[in-house]
Design a binder for this molecule. Structure first.
Ligand code: GLP
Length: 261
């Protein structure tokens, strides 16, 4: 695992955009795994800025898969993750809706939605780079504490803490759906490169538990310790609780220029 302690959220966004652009440049039909939430937004804005400035890669063949989706919102609801990712990123990059996939929350198909999403990921050949955020309770995607470390896409029930965290998008906690479809931790582990973005002091404890604590379903993000290619980009406030912070920075400062991420 490569942990990169940076100073600002802007630096996180610039490096994360570099990683995603490198993947797209090296493979025109790259499969990008996209997270929602606030953390990746500066990265997405940076990608859009570069695209509009004409310095970004071509997204003509790129395919995208989101991590998760709320159940119970009316189709097209602005806070659905499908609408959010189109608004924040893929529309501006010119990636058409048919190349942006998400778990299907339509009520009739719920019993098979998980396995259909797994099949779609497999048909696409798997995810090249998976953008991830982390919940304040250590969740990844919507895998709350207690989630099986080998889980696949399925329905989950949100914790009260996550619903409170996400109430800012809905107006009140009562309006945040209780149920979601989410890629499992085992699904996420199959992506070839995991790119975890962490910003703000509210994530410091979760980050330290995930990368320096034990591997445990009580901290779902600790499953990252099992993956062979993880890059963690974090700002100064998010790295405050890391015991080995100085070492991670020393490693990054000595990183050979040819190595990339
Ligand atoms: C949300 C999402 C996750 C996200 C996390 C952190 O509920 N389902 O994919 O990474 O919680 O969100 P934020 O970046 O807004 O703190």
């Amino acid at each position: 695992m490569e942990i990169v302690p940076l100073e600002t959220a802007e630096q996180v966004a610039v490096l994360a955009a570099d990683v995603l652009e490198t993947a797209v440049r090296s493979r025109g039909d790259a499969v990008l795994g996209l997270a929602t939430g606030s953390t990746p937004l500066p990265t997405y804005r940076e990608l859009v800025r570069r695209h509009e400035a004409g310095s970004g890669p071509s997204y003509d063949g790129v395919r995208c898969f989101t991590l998760d989706e709320y159940i119970g919102l009316p189709a097209g609801h602005p806070e659905s993750y499908r609408a959010t990712i189109a608004r924040e990123l893929t529309d501006a990059l010119g990636i058409p809706a048919e190349r942006v996939h998400g778990p299907d929350p339509a009520p009739d198909g719920l019993p098979t939605a998980g396995e259909r999403y797994e099949a779609a990921l497999e048909r696409a050949g798997g995810v090249d780079v998976q953008v991830l955020g982390i919940g304040s309770d250590g969740h990844l995607a919507f895998n709350e504490p207690g989630s099986s470390l080998g889980s696949r896409t399925r329905i989950k029930t949100l914790t009260e803490e996550t619903r409170r965290d996400n109430a800012r998008f809905f107006g009140s906690v009562e309006d945040v759906p209780r149920h979601v479809l989410t890629q499992g931790l085992g699904t996420i582990l199959r992506a070839r490169h995991l790119l975890l973005l962490v910003t703000g002091p509210g994530k410091a404890a979760a980050l330290s538990a995930a990368v320096e604590g034990p591997l445990t379903a009580s901290c779902p993000a600790s499953v990252l310790q099992l993956h062979p290619h993880v890059t963690v980009l974090a700002d100064a406030s998010a790295t405050g609780a890391l015991e080995r912070r100085a070492h991670y920075r020393e490693v990054y400062d000595a990183k050979p220029a040819w190595q990339g991420f």
